[in-house]
Ligand binder design. Structure first.
Ligand SMILES: [Zn+2]
Length: 215
């Protein structure tokens, strides 16, 4: 990867991180972003970094095994990203947030652990699809990585119970947009609790999946 391309990616991580932070999708030093680089490694947001104030020059660089190469020390949740990438060679970027409405859904009783949010809108189906729930694990526990790995081959997005979403995309922009779509649909789902909403039918979902296949 040329220095120019890498610098462009670093700027893009900082710009999109600030955009997510400014709109309240992430707060404090929570949330992390990673992007695959041409040499088989990754750029990843550092540990204890606020996504609203990232310094592009200090973003962590990881080697192809996920080991820390240079920049600030990577997020302690890097294993979550590695677990997704291990099963998704087609994914170029991952966003993980503790976004309020998605976390709220992950705490609701009675949600379907194979598909946490019904297909309320076409764009949710096109960008997220079926969202499985990963059972709660204490943060940082490697068994959480194994649980994510078990689902990542079949799903570009998973929801960690009482924690938040992990969303992969074929570009950083695509991963951010899918994360935003998930958060907004989680908000809709919460607004509609107890109202018996009309979701898309299985036929409507199948039609969307045939016309707009996800990566
Ligand atoms: Zn987290």
């Amino acid at each position: 990867m040329s220095l120019h391309d890498e610098n462009r990616l670093r700027e893009q991580i900082a710009t999109l991180g600030k955009s997510l932070f400014d709109r309240g999708l992430t707060m404090g030093s929570s949330g992390n972003i990673s992007v695959r680089t041409d040499d088989g490694g990754w750029l990843m947001t550092p540990t204890n970094a606020c996504l609203g104030r990232l310094d592009p020059g200090r973003i962590s660089r990881l080697d192809r095994d996920g080991g820390w190469k240079d920049g600030d020390k990577p997020t302690k949740e890097s294993f979550l990203h590695m677990a997704m990438y291990a099963e998704r060679p087609q994914s170029e970027a991952i966003v993980h947030l503790h976004s309020t409405h998605s976390v709220a859904v992950s705490c609701l009783p009675g949600i379907d652990p194979c598909d946490c949010i019904p297909p309320l809108t076409a764009y949710y189906v096109m960008r997220v699809g079926k969202l499985p729930l990963v059972p709660y694990h204490i943060p940082g526990d490697e068994s959480l990585g194994d649980a994510v790995k078990g689902l990542a081959g079949r799903h570009s997005a998973v929801l960690l119970a009482n924690h938040g979403p992990v969303v992969a995309g074929k570009s950083l922009e695509a991963a951010v947009y899918a994360t935003e779509e998930l958060e907004e649909t989680a908000k809709l789902f919460l607004l509609l609790q107890g109202k018996n909403p009309r979701a898309l039918t299985p036929e409507q979902v199948a039609e969307l999946e045939a016309r707009y296949p996800r990566d």
